[in-house]
Design a protein around this ligand. Structure first.
Ligand SMILES: *[C@@H]1O[C@H](CO)[C@@H](O)[C@H](O)[C@H]1NC(C)=O
Ligand SMILES: *[C@@H]1O[C@H](CO)[C@@H](O)[C@H](O)[C@H]1NC(C)=O
Ligand SMILES: *[C@@H]1O[C@H](CO)[C@@H](O)[C@H](O)[C@H]1NC(C)=O
Ligand SMILES: *[C@@H]1O[C@H](CO)[C@@H](O)[C@H](O)[C@H]1NC(C)=O
Ligand SMILES: *[C@@H]1O[C@H](CO)[C@@H](O)[C@H](O)[C@H]1NC(C)=O
Ligand SMILES: *[C@@H]1O[C@H](CO)[C@@H](O)[C@H](O)[C@H]1NC(C)=O
Ligand SMILES: *[C@@H]1O[C@H](CO)[C@@H](O)[C@H](O)[C@H]1NC(C)=O
Ligand SMILES: [Zn+2]
Length: 449
């Protein structure tokens, strides 16, 4: 019945909107920790959610850093499979280095195909980007039709103006667009997530930007037909001067090359690997040390040449340093099973339910959902489409309370029917003599057959 209604309704919606292709705007506010939503006032975001859907926790991928997780959102792949395994990388074969300020070599990105490239291979569709890691790189010889070179000094207003202009009047139409903003990550690092006063101020600003976004889309008449996803790459943990692990106390810097430092250090030994490993292993009780082949399976972080022979993983809130390195009050990159590392996801638009709350999905599940909304065939990926079915109006989904309700309802109907039958039988059989005998006859029937 419900299925029928949904089918009829979606048929109606499609008929009414003609054959306009679906459009999707993907927004990331970097470092937006899931529980900021519970702990701070965010009226504009809450309004957005009231008319749309909310996923309270998005389990992201290890390592919980910016470039790797942004690439997982748009490819549906674990880091070992999409190849962006850190913000700082080294490839031993080609001797190439990658960093967030030296990221334009397609070599690093070409192990996967991001959704904006796939979208443009469809006839009459283009993609646009007001920043997002990788959108200013020619991946598989393709950039978005409209994009900006990354620059943190371009204001949110300019990013918003340009992306909405591209969404409003380009031909072929822009059907997939991204918008990226550096906060609340930058302030989370600076003050730490537990600095309520500063974080309240910063999150109020971020919420104001969400208000501007919605207002702008309404003003241009884009709000009703556009699907908008607001999400993030990771959360933030509180760090402290008292929780540092100084590698220099344990091993000489001359015995290894450090590719990445904290909270997950990537170590390329210059001398015997076992010797380096043994010295680091006993360095600090709050630091896990893994040979590459022993990295836990649950991290899906092993099968790639860009993952170094030894990795060091600090416990939540701990920082790995060398004597000289500086320190932050907030950081991320830790174990992706930690709640503090998780972002959230909110979405609004014709593809999504209104006023639906969901507890959790994986960050790699976002990609198959976006492909579904845009009508694209997804590349092989590590996401599961069914995890997001409850968010979508054109899908049939049973959640646990609903399922229990259906089972209880069915049991009640069955019980009532049984009672009715018994009552009827009693009524029919009561006046008849030898009814006991009759019943015994009935019982024998199956045996005779
Ligand atoms: C692409 O767009 C052009 C002009 O808007 C139109 O004539 C053509 O039929 C479209 N092609 C497809 C496959 O939709
Ligand atoms: C935004 O669009 C304006 C007007 O077309 C253009 O002058 C400006 O360079 C664009 N900004 C960026 C960062 O691309
Ligand atoms: C981005 O930067 C490159 C190199 O500096 C330049 O050639 C290109 O025109 C820029 N693209 C845009 C869209 O600004
Ligand atoms: C948006 O597109 C509509 C229809 O093509 C046009 O009338 C309007 O001027 C555009 N607005 C902006 C701000 O470009
Ligand atoms: C590395 O050191 C270990 C233990 O000291 C030793 O058994 C092993 O043979 C060494 N390997 C190489 C390649 O030198
Ligand atoms: C780091 O600190 C240790 C212990 O205080 C000291 O022995 C070492 O020389 C220092 N290394 C550097 C590079 O400053
Ligand atoms: C993730 O997906 C890729 C592409 O399909 C596949 O090669 C890889 O084995 C998957 N990883 C896991 C852990 O299933
Ligand atoms: Zn980030």
């Amino acid at each position: 019945m419900k299925l029928l209604v949904i089918l009829l309704f979606s048929g109606l919606v499609i008929a009414c909107r003609g054959n306009l292709p679906p459009k999707l705007l993907l927004v990331s506010f970097d470092g937006f920790r899931a529980d900021y939503l519970k702990n701070y006032e965010l009226p504009h975001l809450q309004n957005f959610i009231k008319e749309g859907v909310l996923v309270e926790h998005v389990k992201n991928v290890f390592i919980t850093k910016t470039f790797p997780n942004h690439y997982s959102i748009v490819t549906g792949l674990y880091e070992e499979s999409h190849g962006i395994v850190a913000n700082s990388m080294y490839d031993t074969v080609t001797k190439k280095y990658f960093s967030d300020s030296n990221d334009k070599d397609p070599f690093w990105w070409n192990e996967a195909v991001p959704i904006w490239v796939t979208n443009q291979l469809q006839e009459n569709r283009s993609s646009a980007a007001a920043m997002w890691p990788g959108t200013d790189v020619s991946i598989h010889n393709t950039t978005p039709s409209y994009f900006m070179n990354y620059s943190s000094s371009v204001s949110f207003e300019e990013r918003l103006n340009n992306i909405t202009m591209w969404l409003n009047n380009s031909s072929p139409p822009v059907t997939f667009a991204t918008l990226y903003w550096e906060e609340p990550d930058a302030s989370g690092h600076k003050y730490g997530p537990e600095d309520n006063e500063n974080m309240r101020r910063v999150l109020k600003e971020v919420d104001g930007l969400i208000g501007n976004l919605v207002q702008k889309l309404k003003m241009l008449g884009l709000w009703e037909d556009l699907n908008v996803i607001i999400t993030s790459d990771h959360g933030m943990a509180q760090c402290s001067q008292d929780r540092v692990i100084n590698l220099d106390y344990c091993i000489s810097e001359s015995s290894y090359t450090l590719i990445d430092l904290s909270p997950v250090a990537a170590v390329l030994p210059k001398i015997n690997r076992t010797v380096v490993y043994d010295k680091m292993k006993t360095c600090h009780p709050h630091m896990n040390v893994y040979l590459k082949e022993d990295i836990p399976n649950r991290f899906y972080y092993q099968h790639n040449d860009r993952i170094q022979p030894i990795i060091l993983v600090a416990d939540e809130g701990w920082t790995i340093v060398l004597n000289k390195s500086s320190q932050k009050l907030g950081d991320h990159g830790y174990d992706n099973s930690l709640q503090s590392m998780h972002p959230f996801l909110a979405a609004h638009g014709p593809a999504f339910h209104k006023g639906y709350k969901h507890s959790t999905i994986n960050i790699v599940d976002i990609y198959p959902m976006m492909c579904h909304i845009l009508g694209l065939k997804p590349h092989p990926n590590n996401g599961t489409f069914s995890h997001t079915k409850c968010l979508l109006v054109d899908q049939w989904c049973i959640n646990l309370p609903e399922a229990i309700g259906i089972v209880i309802g069915a049991l009640m109907v069955l019980t009532m029917l049984t009672c009715l039958i018994i009552i009827m039988q009693n009524r029919l059989s009561a006046p008849r003599p030898f009814s006991r005998l009759q019943l015994q006859d009935d019982d024998d029937d199956p045996l005779i057959e």
